[in-house]
Design a protein around this ligand. Structure first.
Ligand SMILES: [Zn+2]
Length: 536
C-alpha cells in the first residue's frame, strides 16, 4: 500500500464480517486491500465468517491477493479452513487453489482431518460458480470434513455412565406445589436415601434401594416443601411415566391427572449450623435401623455408583449433584441469610425480609436487585481432549503423579467463564503439555456427579508434537505419545481395568469404560475398523 494511502473506512472489516456485500461493492480497491492492526483483510473476515458471496466477489471481481498473511501468518483460506467455513474453503479451492499456507502434502491421506482428493463430480458441481446450496458448492472441503464426521457418528452409540436416566424430570411441574405435595405423599413414590457421600444400595444386587413416604414421613413431616428440618435436603427428581411401570406396578399413583412413579432424593447428612439434636437423633436411628431391616446398605457413592446400570446411574447422578448444590448453597451469597428452597429443590432464593433486633424488615440484599435473585444448581463444564497427531496415528496422554503406575489419560481441565469449549481445550493442552491445537471437535459428554461437572469429550488436532509438561501449569508428571496399537492393546487387554487396581506389569493402563476418556480414545482407536472387545 502506498504510504500516502488514506486510512480505510472503519466499517470495511465490519461489512466483510457481517456479510454485507452491497457495502463491500461500494468501496474502492484501497479499502478492499486494507489491513487492520492484526493484519486482517476484508477477505479474511469474510472467509472467517463464511460469507461466500463476498469471498467470491473479492477473489474474482476485485482480484485482491489471496496469499496475504495476517500477523499470525494465516491467509484467508487458512482462516476459512480453521473455522470450518466449508463453503468458503470450496470457493478458495476453486478460485485461488494455492492460497493456503499448508503444504499440499499435509492435506493428503493420513491425517484424520485431511481430505480425500476432490472427485470429478464435485468439480462439476462447483464449476458453475453459483452458491445455491451447500451440497452443490463445498466440493473438496465438504468431503474433507464429511469423512471425519461420518467416522464420528459411528462411535456415539454407546451410553456413557451416569447418563441415560429414563425417568421424566418434569421440570415444568417443579413450580406446581399441588403436584409436588401429592407426589410426596403418594404411596408409590420412591425416595433415594443419601447421607454424607453415601447412597442406599440393595445389598445383593447392583441396584439402588428406595424408601417409601411411610418409611420417612416421621423425618420430613407433612409439609417438607416449606418446613423441612435443617440437616435434610429433599429434591424432586421426576417420575417414571412409562406404560410398563403403570401396568406392572398397580399402586402407581395418579397425581393431578398424571400417572407415574415419583422419584425423590432425601439427603440425611444432618450437618451444618442449626441442626437440632432431635433431628440428628431421628436420622441416626433411621440410618441405623432401616437399611439393615430391609437388607440394604449405605455405600460410598464412589465407587459403588460405578456398578449401576444406565438408568439408575442417571438417577443417582442427578440426585447427587442437585443435593450437593443445595448443601453448599444454604446461605445467600449476597447477605448471608439462610435462603429458601424452591421448585422441589431445584432453585434457592434469598428471603425478601429479615429479622433485625426482633423486627421484620425488607431485605436490602443485592440478590433482590436485577435478575440475579435466584440461584440454580450448577453444572461445571470440563473439557477432556483426545489429542491426535498430524499423521492421525498417535494420541497424546498425560499422567498425574498420584495415579496408579502405568495409568495415563486424556488431558482435561475446567472451562473458565468467558471461554468457549474450543478455547478451553486449546488453553488446557497448551498449559499442561505445551502442545498447540488446531481443530477441536466435540464427541460426546458425561455427567460427572463429583459433585457437579459435565465432562465434554473432544477430539483435537495437534499442531506440534514436541511437548513440555514442566513449562506452565505443571499439573502432569509426564506426557507421552501412544500409538494406535498401544491404545488398542490397553483397551482390549486386562490392564485398563480400574483406577484403583494395583499395577500389574507396568504397561499402559487406561481409564475404564465408566469414564468418558475411555470412549473418546476408543472412538479414535477403532477408526480403522478393528474389533474392540473390552473386558472392563
Ligand atoms: Zn441475600
Amino acid at each position: 500500500m502506498a504510504p500516502s494511502a488514506p486510512s480505510p473506512q472503519p466499517d470495511v472489516f465490519e461489512a466483510a464480517a457481517a456479510g454485507n456485500l452491497e457495502a463491500i461493492k461500494d468501496l474502492g480497491r484501497i479499502h478492499l486491500e486494507a489491513k487492520n492492526d492484526r493484519g486482517w483483510t476484508p477477505l479474511m473476515f469474510a472467509a472467517r465468517y463464511g460469507h461466500v458471496s463476498i469471498v467470491e466477489f473479492l477473489l474474482s471481481a476485485a482480484k485482491v491477493d489471496p496469499k496475504v498473511q495476517n500477523k499470525d501468518g494465516k491467509t484467508a483460506a487458512d482462516l476459512a479452513e480453521f473455522w470450518g467455513s466449508l463453503e468458503a474453503v470450496a470457493v478458495f479451492d476453486r478460485l485461488a487453489p494455492n492460497s493456503t499456507t499448508k503444504p499440499k502434502t499435509q492435506q493428503s491421506t493420513a491425517s484424520p482431518f485431511a481430505a480425500p482428493a476432490t472427485t470429478p463430480s464435485e468439480v462439476t458441481a462447483t464449476a458453475s460458480g453459483t452458491t445455491s446450496t451447500v451440497s452443490e458448492t463445498v466440493g473438496g472441503a465438504k468431503s474433507r470434513l464429511a469423512e471425519w464426521w461420518k467416522r464420528r457418528r459411528v462411535y456415539e452409540t454407546e451410553p456413557v455412565h451416569f447418563s441415560g436416566g429414563t425417568h421424566n424430570r418434569l421440570s415444568f411441574l417443579r413450580t406446581d406445589k399441588e403436584y409436588l405435595q401429592a407426589s410426596i405423599q403418594a404411596s408409590s413414590s420412591r425416595y433415594l436415601i443419601l447421607a454424607d457421600h453415601g447412597v442406599m444400595f440393595k445389598s445383593t444386587t447392583k441396584h439402588l434401594a428406595f424408601a417409601s413416604y411411610n418409611d420417612i414421613s416421621h423425618l420430613i413431616g407433612k409439609n417438607p416443601l416449606t418446613d423441612l428440618p435443617d440437616g435434610m435436603v429433599l429434591v424432586f427428581l421426576g417420575a417414571d411415566e412409562s406404560p410398563e411401570t403403570a401396568s406392572n406396578i398397580p399402586q402407581v399413583t395418579l397425581v393431578n391427572g398424571r400417572r407415574g412413579l415419583g422419584y425423590w432424593a432425601l439427603d440425611l447428612s444432618a450437618k451444618g449450623p442449626g441442626v437440632k439434636q432431635e433431628t440428628k437423633d431421628a436420622i441416626e436411628q433411621f440410618l441405623n435401623a432401616f437399611p439393615e431391616k430391609h437388607g440394604h446398605y449405605m455405600a460410598e457413592m464412589r465407587p459403588a455408583a460405578f456398578s449401576l446400570s444406565s438408568p439408575e446411574g442417571g438417577l443417582v447422578a442427578q440426585a447427587r449433584s442437585v443435593i450437593d448444590w443445595n448443601k453448599r448453597s444454604r446461605f445467600c451469597t449476597g447477605c448471608g441469610q439462610k435462603n429458601l428452597s424452591l421448585d422441589g429443590g431445584h432453585k434457592r432464593t434469598c428471603p425478601p425480609t429479615l429479622l433485625e433486633n426482633g423486627v421484620e424488615k425488607a431485605s436490602d440484599c443485592l440478590a433482590h436487585k436485577g435478575v440475579q435473585n435466584f440461584t440454580y444448581p450448577r453444572t461445571d463444564p470440563v473439557v477432556i481432549v483426545c489429542v491426535i497427531s498430524q499423521d492421525g496415528e498417535r494420541v497424546l496422554l498425560g499422567r498425574q503423579a498420584v495415579w496408579p503406575k502405568g495409568m495415563y489419560s486424556c488431558l482435561a481441565g475446567f472451562v473458565e467463564p468467558g471461554e468457549s469449549l474450543e478455547e478451553a481445550a486449546r488453553r488446557e493442552v497448551k498449559e499442561e503439555a505445551g502442545v498447540h491445537l488446531g481443530h477441536v471437535m466435540y464427541h460426546s459428554s458425561q455427567p460427572w456427579p463429583f459433585p457437579n461437572s459435565l465432562m465434554v469429550g473432544c477430539h483435537a488436532e495437534a499442531l506440534n508434537e514436541d511437548f513440555d509438561v514442566t513449562k506452565e501449569d505443571q499439573e502432569l508428571e509426564e506426557a507421552k505419545w501412544f500409538s494406535r496399537q498401544e491404545i488398542l492393546d490397553a483397551l482390549n487387554g486386562s490392564r485398563g481395568v480400574n483406577w484403583g487396581m494395583p499395577s500389574e506389569d507396568g504397561g499402559l493402563r487406561l481409564p475404564p469404560r465408566t469414564a468418558i476418556a475411555h470412549h473418546i480414545l476408543k472412538a479414535w482407536a477403532a477408526q480403522k475398523g478393528e474389533m474392540l472387545q473390552p473386558k472392563m
